[in-house]
Design a protein around this ligand. Sequence first.
Ligand SMILES: [Fe+2]
Ligand SMILES: [Fe+2]
Length: 168
Amino acid sequence: MSLEFVEKIDLKKLVDMLLAAYADEWIASYYYTLTAYTIKGQNSEEISEHFLEEAEEEWKKHARMIADRLQDLGIDPPREFSKLWEISGCKYPEIPSDPYDIDGWIIAAVKAEECAIKAYRELFSYTHGKDPVTEELAEDILRDEVRHRTALLNLLSSEGAKRIQGKS
Ligand SMILES: [Fe+2]
Ligand SMILES: [Fe+2]
């Protein structure tokens, strides 16, 4: 592959990074939706709403941006759903078996955001000064993922906040 608008970059590596991120967005979106439909107990309704909003931003905004960029590079998104899990860079952290352990579900989501933040930072560094279009995409999505992480942290109970500090 050689494209005039991308300089001095390994296109195969770039495409693989974009595909992994695309898969991560769908997987996060699925698990955030699952979280919204599963959690029970105090404040679960309000917290579910928040998870649904974030899920929507992952597939509607982020996956779309990445799919558009892949199309610029002549690549279609994977057709097999199972392929998404296979190529995902982050997969998804372990989720609690207890639907009442809302903090546990939030902590899994915080870890998912932290993995995404790391991946977009890498994408940003890799494309910096070489592929301004992808660089800008990475910067834009990175800003959203940092905001998601903060919002999720703010949903934790005081117990949950202690739990996550002990783990990090
Ligand atoms: Fe995202
Ligand atoms: Fe996110």
